[in-house]
Design a binder for this molecule. Structure first.
Ligand code: NAD
Length: 478
């Protein structure tokens, strides 16, 4: 396969290589270096923000129809080059290329098309005389320059989630993809440079502590949007506190999965084989902590283990793989550390998997751990790997309490045949999303985002347009 990389960032009208430190970009299937990419220097970060600030003066006065047209053009360009984007992402992240082509790419294209349409349909309360002799009206105006920081687990998709609602509403943006996975964002940069006016969308690369923190702290950045770890979210809040920038935080998750005793266990296990292990579990919504009612617990463990054993992950013919490796050697060590500490306890049992895969590449065996207790480290902390725990509960109240006793609040699910009962449980869960008899699925029209330490930013849907705008009141004396 001969893939073309773009190693140049987009700053204003200029496609240019970074003038900062070189970063190795690895292929996680075998640990080899794909390419070296130099990160943005301080001067380049500064110039990217200046370009966005300058472009804001005109972009913020364009009509929704004008913005929409360019977003649609970008969606078409991505669709035309779908195979290149999918192959590049697959190379950089180790994702099976079939999954990229069939799952992520259509969702990415749809995100641009959705916001292209949605920005033309924003509505507010009617203008009127709420005080005698005065007319009040509302405006939803762009905020200014958005500094956006993306993670490595869905690199292009997260960049799409950041760019589309921000520019659709008249903001300009400087985006920094993860230093580990910049390749698809840079390919997009090239495409953007021939579609959008200079400075509306700028893409720079580099490490979080260096390039990321300079970007979010920049005095001309008006809003900061991050998808990343809770710890990074806290750091960014500290960095922006002195300037009171608006923040949009989409942080980690540790999704509880409550299996009621009338659930269809076979269907449940088949579903968790996908929803717990998709993207090798490197997903903030992964169905990773299962609570199974006492009288079905053994069957849940057994059926889940049987299904999980069939997950294909390091076949040389990539079309046969369900999942790929972990993103890095560091992530592989991290996941392994959680599992080894669980093994060392005397109450948990690794029912299937449980080890790093020997050989090249950062693979980890799809793993099921039974006998986990609510306060175990592996139940409480985000593992971000192909590891699912099962915990036995006695009463539904207990399951709800254990599910909710988490610092995270992104997503959750309930499984059962009695829909009234399942809905009752869902209504008691404190997570941004609760699925019933499914998990993981997103719709572009519906908001995605969390509560508690999973953050408060809403991506996708009309609610993202609200997040990327400021509500203003205009009052006119009659
Ligand atoms: P991370 O927080 O380590 O890195 C995310 C981004 O933040 C990277 O681009 C990184 O360079 C940057 N960064 C790091 N430190 C920074 C700093 N001090 N200032 C500015 N930028 C900084 O996260 P990750 O390891 O890339 O991604 C995995 C995490 O992302 C997981 O916790 C996962 O749950 C979360 N995530 C959440 C969602 C969601 O929708 N809630 C979606 C995907 C991933």
């Amino acid at each position: 396969m001969s893939l073309q990389y773009n190693t140049k960032m987009l700053i204003g009208a200029s496609l240019e290589v970074g003038a900062g430190q070189e970063e190795m970009i690895y292929n996680p299937r075998n640990g080899s270096v794909i390419v070296k990419i130099a990160e943005a220097s301080n001067e380049q970060v500064d110039r990217a923000v200046e370009a966005a600030s300058h472009a804001f003066q005109t972009w913020s006065h364009t009509t929704p129809a004008e913005r929409s047209l360019l977003l649609l053009k970008l969606a078409d360009a991505i669709e035309r080059n779908l195979v290149d984007y999918a192959s590049l992402e697959s190379l950089n992240c180790g994702k099976p290329s079939e999954r990229m082509r069939q799952d992520e790419m259509p969702a990415i294209i749809d995100c641009f098309r959705f916001f292209a349409g949605a920005c033309r349909t924003m509505i507010a309360s009617p203008a009127g005389e709420y005080l005698q002799g005065y007319t009040s009206m509302l405006r939803r105006d762009p905020i200014g320059v958005v500094g956006s920081i993306a993670p490595w687990n869905y690199p292009l998709q997260m960049v799409a989630w950041k760019i589309a609602p921000a520019v659709a509403t008249g903001n300009t943006i400087v985006v920094k993809p993860s230093e580990q996975t910049p390749l698809t964002a840079l390919l997009l940069a090239k495409e953007i440079s021939s579609i959008f006016p200079p400075g509306v969308i700028n893409i720079i690369t580099g490490r979080g502590e260096q390039v990321g923190s300079q970007l979010v702290s920049h005095p001309k950045v008006d809003m900061v949007s991050l998808t990343g770890d809770v710890h990074t979210g806290k750091k960014i809040l500290q960095l922006v506190s002195s300037t009171i920038k608006k923040t949009h935080l989409e942080l980690g998750g540790k999704a509880p999965v409550i299996v009621l005793d009338d659930a269809d266990i076979s269907q449940f296990a088949e579903s968790i084989k996908t929803f717990g292990y998709y993207n090798s579990g490197q997903d903030c919504t992964a169905a990773c902590r299962i609570y199974a009612q006492k009288n079905i617990y053994k069957q849940v463990v057994q059926e889940l283990a049987t299904k999980v054993k069939t997950i294909q992950y390091n076949k040389s013919d990539d079309s046969k793989n369900d999942i790929g490796p972990l993103i890095s050697a560091k992530q592989q060590e991290r996941v392994s550390g959680f599992v080894e500490r669980a093994k060392a306890s005397n109450h948990m049992e690794v029912v299937t998997g449980g080890s790093k895969v020997q050989g090249t590449g950062y693979y980890f065996e799809p793993t099921v751990i039974a006998g986990a207790l609510p306060n175990d480290e592996i139940v409480k902390r985000e593992v971000f790997g192909p590891v699912v725990t099962v915990t036995e509960y006695e009463t539904v109240e207990q399951a709800i309490q254990w599910a909710n006793q988490s610092e995270y609040g992104l997503s959750s699910s309930v499984w059962g045949s009695d829909i009234g009962k399942a809905l009752f449980v869902a209504s008691r869960l404190r997570f941004g999303c609760s699925w019933v008899n499914t998990h993981f699925l997103l719709a572009t029209e519906m908001p995605h985002g969390g509560m508690k330490q999973s953050g408060y930013g809403k991506d996708l849907s009309m609610y993202a347009l609200e997040d990327y705008t400021v509500l203003r009141h205009i009052m006119i004396k009659l």
